[in-house]
Design a binder for this molecule. Structure first.
Ligand code: ACO
Length: 350
């Protein structure tokens, strides 16, 4: 059985910075409230009509990941695209990315809909394709454009202050063939011993409506929405039962991290770095404390980007790699929890 490894990583965020003070001009909120509850100081929003979309941000992140991996778009065998904010209701952005990268290279493109856990689910799928020998090089992308779909009034403030836009991508390849110095020479990360050790995926659909966008859907289509013309209809904005989500997040994060540690016979002290989905700094801090991790073992950048759901882990991974926080052989834990509920972890030998 083959193993998979991460060959290269990249990210892209829009230039437009939206501070907490900016938001307080739009709704009844304050910098202090947001920082105290979430740790977020600013986030990026696309400028609508300015060219950035979920697919195009994914494309920009992908170009960097491919460059860092020393892999061309034509060498890819498959695309996996995780998002909850696609450009279109259908088709998903995977095919848009295929067209942007290499229109005549007609590889398969799979869209993943697991919200905040989407990137870890996508890594798991890529890992299985590599292990079975079906594919050799897979592009895995997480990209989100939240800002266009948020209720930017006081009514939506418990949700809209949290989310930001951006994208991250990785190229996943075969460990035994790619783990050589050639990766380094090509400007890649040169991750000789690197491999995805295990992935663990979970869901609990009974809580689907605790964090969801309900409309438009087959149960409440646009024609109904227009006919009702109800200014109080909030069903096409994200709904989040904040306290409920928080309580489940801290429990499930810890469970799925421990599951990965146990499965591999290692302890939290062995981790060089944990990159949790950037849901809320308070959730990350709680997990850190519960797992007995030191500050330098946990990577957080939610302060600058807010919660970018499926994009948050690859953006953080890209920044962590650029900062030299991971060396060959280090143990890296990725962990996520989000809407569904879904939760997941991946333990990687970097
Ligand atoms: N600014 C100012 N006041 C606000 C804001 C805001 N942006 N949002 C809510 N409030 C008010 C509420 O109206 C409420 O006022 P009231 O007491 O007069 O009714 C008060 O602040 C407290 O509201 P709560 O919702 O109870 O605030 P809480 O302390 O729970 O914090 C938060 C809200 C930050 C969303 C919290 O519940 C949380 O972190 N939940 C976890 C969910 C999360 O992180 N989700 C991220 C996305 S999901 C994921 O990625 C896992």
């Amino acid at each position: 059985m083959k193993s998979s490894m991460i060959l290269g990583v990249g990210h892209y965020v829009p230039d437009h910075v939206v501070t907490n003070h900016d938001l307080s001009q739009l709704m009844d909120t304050s910098h202090d409230w947001i920082v105290e509850r979430t740790g977020i100081e600013e986030r990026r929003h696309v400028v609508l009509g300015g060219g950035d979309t979920t697919a195009s941000m994914g494309y920009r992140a992908s170009l960097l990941a491919l460059k860092n991996a020393g892999v061309s778009a034509e060498e890819l065998d498959f695309i996996i695209f995780a998002t909850l904010s696609p450009d279109y209701y259908f088709p998903g952005p995977g095919v848009q990315l295929q067209e942007m990268l290499a229109p005549d290279h007609t590889i398969g493109a799979l869209d993943i809909r697991n919200q905040c856990s989407g990137f870890v689910y996508a890594i798991s799928v890529a890992d299985q394709f590599i292990r079975t020998g079906m594919y050799r090089r897979i592009l895995v992308v997480g990209s989100e454009l939240h800002s266009a779909g948020l209720d930017m009034t006081t009514r939506g403030r418990n949700v809209s202050v949290i989310f930001g836009d951006g994208a991250g991508a990785v190229v996943v390849g075969i460990a035994e063939e790619e783990g050589k110095e050639e990766g380094k020479e090509a400007g890649g990360t040169g991750l000789g011993m690197s491999k995805v050790l295990s992935t663990h995926l979970h869901s609990e659909g009974r809580h689907a409506r605790e964090l969801a966008v309900i409309s438009p859907s087959t149960q409440h289509w646009v024609s109904h929405i227009l006919k009702e013309n109800n200014p109080n209809d909030e069903s096409y904005y994200p709904y989040m039962n904040g306290n409920f989500v928080f309580k489940h997040a801290i429990t499930r994060f810890a469970e799925v991290i421990n599951e990965a540690l146990r499965a591999n016979g290692v302890s939290s002290g062995d981790l060089k770095l944990m990159i949790p989905h950037q849901a809320n700094l308070r959730i990350s801090q709680y997990i850190q404390q519960k797992m007995g991790l030191r500050d330098e073992q946990v990577y957080n950048n939610i302060m600058r980007y807010g919660n970018t759901t499926a994009a948050s882990i690859p953006i953080a991974l890209s920044e962590a790699v650029a900062e030299g926080r991971l060396q060959r052989g280090d143990l890296l834990m990725l962990a996520a929890f989000g809407s569904g509920f879904t939760w997941a972890s991946a333990l990687i030998r970097w």
